[in-house]
Write a protein of this length. Structure first.
Length: 481
């Protein structure tokens, strides 16, 4: 009996000293690997999330027990052959890396259907659409007259006229628009019998407000900006592209104009109650709307000349996040107040901002690139490392516009009369899939809130949408184990 008790004691002691530590290590992400040189290895994870959910996952050819979203945990470091399949969708197949103690996260995989389903949202035919970027609104034009211009609200799925047919402005021919990102208000530049007008518009399905502010404009400005949160204060730039000019301040509510509000300006932008200006000596300042506060952002003319001096003409100033400021020249160059200051030498057609991840999307006629400010490093090395600009797509023919999509994990862009979905992932090469053909020469509109993009159907010109992801999609990223 004594011998039996001792045997049980030593067996339990062995289990406690050997298996309990192994169980604890396993819970912490370590496993015992039968190798002499490295017997204990820390594992890693793969997290996969798809739209739609419920896709089957195959790991190295074997089906996994759980469908997406799924966490493949306790994996040995290395590469894994991952295949995701879903009925009526193209197969997703990639080789994914796993590193010790890290999670390879792909939580925003958009499964590509065998055929994208389009949904007409209007029976009327339009000739062109103009998105109010950063909002849920898009201007839809049936003809040149203002009475033939409508607003589509994607959040309410409503289409309403900008003005009544009986309005005295109804027959004004729309020439162009002035818009600002994130602002639902806009300005129409219109003509009527040789008498051109500037109309300030605040759209609403309950009754759009249109105000004739022509008297506030001395002439057609080179650029117009306002703060989306304070759209009654409008700032216009006038002048010579080579020698610079001045900024007027317009007060829509008081119907007042303050001429030459800021003199000697080579570039201008507006954000959060501040006017950002580039001076003729290439210094940069921010001036409060009431001009009571002036801050020197760049007070070294020699440095400013090295940044801006080789670029002729007017500069668009786009304040970004965390005191990051973007400068865009008339030649399509991109500069910033961060090393190495100059990022694209020319040809940029447009930019889109991802404020959450501090990235900028830029495109030329044949390329799309990303300027990532999160790669900036200062103070930890002998030479400061600036943000990096990376061209992620090339070979386009006529890229006109691009949008961040699905939490900036994808890009929707037009090339000619085709629309494409560009998938971005840290571990993969960008993937490109065609979404639709659009009416020749027309624009598109993407709504992050709706998870859909809108376009004019090429044959009839109906406003049509294609759902890309569920409305108000929320991307949740699991933490590495």
């Amino acid at each position: 009996m004594l011998f039996f008790r001792k045997a049980v004691f030593y067996i339990l002691l062995f289990i406690y000293l050997v298996f309990c530590p192994l169980m604890i290590m396993y819970a912490l992400g370590y496993i015992v690997k039968p190798r002499v040189d490295e017997p204990i290895v820390k594992t890693g994870d793969i997290y996969l999330g798809t739209v739609p959910k419920g896709a089957s996952v195959y790991v190295n050819g074997e089906i996994f027990k759980t469908q997406t979203p799924v966490l493949l945990d306790k994996l040995l470091p290395g590469e894994y052959d991952i295949k995701i399949s879903l009925e009526n969708y193209s197969e997703w197949h990639e080789l994914l890396p796993v590193k010790e103690g890290e999670a390879t996260v792909l939580d925003n995989i958009i499964m590509i259907p065998e055929e994208w389903e389009s949904d007409p949202v209007s029976e009327e035919a339009f000739k062109e659409i103009t998105p109010l970027t950063g909002t849920q609104l898009v201007i839809c034009a049936k003809g040149p007259s203002l009475k033939n211009h409508f607003i589509y609200d994607s959040s309410a799925d409503k289409l309403f006229a900008i003005c009544a047919e009986t309005s005295r402005l109804a027959d004004c021919a729309v020439i162009s628009y002035f818009t600002v990102d994130k602002s639902e208000c806009f300005i129409i530049y219109a003509g009527s019998g040789g008498d051109n007008k500037y109309l300030w518009v605040k759209p609403s399905a309950q009754g759009t407000v249109i105000k004739d502010i022509t008297a506030l404009f001395a002439d057609k400005p080179l650029w117009v900006r306002w703060d989306p949160g304070a759209s009654n204060d409008i700032f216009t730039f006038y002048g010579n592209e080579k020698e610079g000019g001045y900024v007027n301040r317009l007060d829509v509510e008081k119907e007042a104009v303050y001429p030459e509000y800021i003199k000697e300006v080579r570039g201008m932008g507006v954000s959060s109650g501040e006017i950002y200006v580039i001076r003729p000596n290439f210094t940069v300042q921010s001036v409060s709307f009431d001009k009571k506060s002036v801050k020197e952002i760049l007070d070294k003319p020699k440095l400013g000349r090295s940044i801006f001096g080789s670029s002729g003409g007017f500069f668009k100033v786009e304040p970004f996040v965390k005191e990051i400021i973007i400068f865009i020249s008339r030649q399509g160059e991109i500069m910033a107040n961060r090393l190495p200051y100059r990022f694209v030498d020319g040809g940029v057609e447009g930019v889109a901002f991802d404020e959450t991840d501090e990235r900028i999307l830029a495109w030329t006629k044949n390329r799309i690139g990303i300027l990532d400010f999160t790669t900036e490093s200062t103070g930890s090395v002998d030479f400061e490392t600036g943000p990096e600009f990376e061209w992620i797509f090339s070979g386009g023919r006529d890229i006109k516009e691009a949008y961040w999509a699905y939490g900036a994990s994808h890009v929707i862009f037009t090339d000619g009369d085709s629309v494409f979905l560009l998938g971005l992932a840290e571990y993969l090469k960008p993937s490109v899939n065609e979404l639709a053909q659009v009416k020749k020469g027309s624009s598109i509109f993407y709504s992050e809130q709706a998870g859909a993009f809108y376009y004019l159907e090429p044959e009839k010109g109906n406003l049509t949408k294609i759902d890309i992801v569920p409305p108000k999609a929320v991307i949740k990223t699991p933490k590495a184990q």
